[in-house]
Design a protein around this ligand. Structure first.
Ligand SMILES: [Zn+2]
Length: 303
């Protein structure tokens, strides 16, 4: 099975400029990717929780000019456990679902919520229950719009996210497994990284891939330029640059027919995009190597 491979569009790099969106989508298409992941916030599609329908249409017109499939990433600040502006959080979520449908995409990635300690008197347990309830409610809109909300692991363990998704219990709310985030967390919290993928597999509908060295808490990482030589933090490197055991990851993921989105740091867009082609090829080669291995073992089993 040949998985589709995509690349993320960097919200800060395009910063609301649709000409820049076009430039990066073109680079992704030229490099040979199948999919581009579009950030809702990067294209100024939502203002105070309302979808700008005309803007979404403009974005769609640009995207339709390329032979690519699209997925959507919700604003990074979207957080159903943020009780400073809970009403607008819900509205931004709903508008992000509508944006996803408006550009003809089917997958919306949402970072699992995190309670900020000074937000309110809400406890961790209450915040978790509220997020489950909100996701259950938003799942109805997602279903109507033909969108799957894929909740991405950021700070918490995979077990925690699996339990959250089980509690929501809706087909339109599944998981985006980010292997790079999980690898760092597995080192920090001490869980078995590969076993967590096995456990999560039935819930995974989307995946983010990039490399790092499993070192350091993402929030406490020094600026990129300092972190890179030290190999610290969530570096968003091409596969093979860090030490995440991706061949093992892909062996466990055998049978997954979803998309792999390569989420690279924006500096890899430089140098005439040659890095993009190289990063895509390295990932494609690894996936094919693992797939071929599987073929060989079945051949042997048949002998
Ligand atoms: Zn991610």
């Amino acid at each position: 099975m040949r998985n589709k491979i995509g690349l993320n569009i960097h919200s800060g790099r395009i910063n609301g400029d649709l000409e820049l969106l076009k430039r990066d989508v073109r680079a992704i298409a030229v490099a040979g990717f199948d999919v581009a992941e579009i950030p809702v916030h990067g294209v100024d599609a939502v203002v105070n929780g309302d979808l700008r329908k005309g803007r979404a249409k403009q974005v769609k017109t640009i995207l339709d000019g390329f032979d690519l499939e699209y997925t959507v990433h919700a604003p990074d600040r979207l957080n159903l456990r943020d009780f400073q502006y809970p009403d607008v959080q819900r509205k931004v979520f709903a508008a992000s679902i509508q944006f996803t449908a408006a550009i003809g995409a089917k997958t919306l990635v949402y970072h699992q919520g995190k309670l900020k300690s000074n937000d309110s008197d809400v406890t961790q347990e209450e915040a978790r229950e509220i997020e489950i309830d909100e996701l259950g409610d938003l799942s109805k809109l997602a279903k109507r719009e033909g969108v799957t909300i894929c909740v991405e692991n950021i700070h918490s363990s995979i077990t925690h996210l699996i339990k959250l998704l089980e509690s929501v219990g809706e087909e339109s709310v599944k998981m985006c497994y980010d292997f790079a985030h999980s690898y760092i967390n597995s080192k920090k919290v001490g869980y078995d990284f590969l076993r967590s993928i096995q456990a999560a597999k039935p819930y995974i509908r989307h995946a983010h891939v990039n490399d790092n060295f499993g070192k350091g808490k993402p929030e406490s990482a020094p600026p990129y330029i300092e972190a890179m030589p030290m190999g610290i933090g969530d570096l968003h490197l091409p596969i093979g640059w860090g030490n995440i055991p991706y061949e093992d990851v892909f062996r466990i993921m055998a049978g997954y027919d979803g998309i792999y989105i390569l989420e690279l740091q924006e500096r890899f867009f430089e140098n005439g995009y040659s890095m993009l082609e190289e990063a895509l090829q390295d990932l494609r080669n690894m996936l094919e190597r693992v797939e071929a291995e599987k073929g060989e073992s079945t051949d042997q089993a048949n002998v």
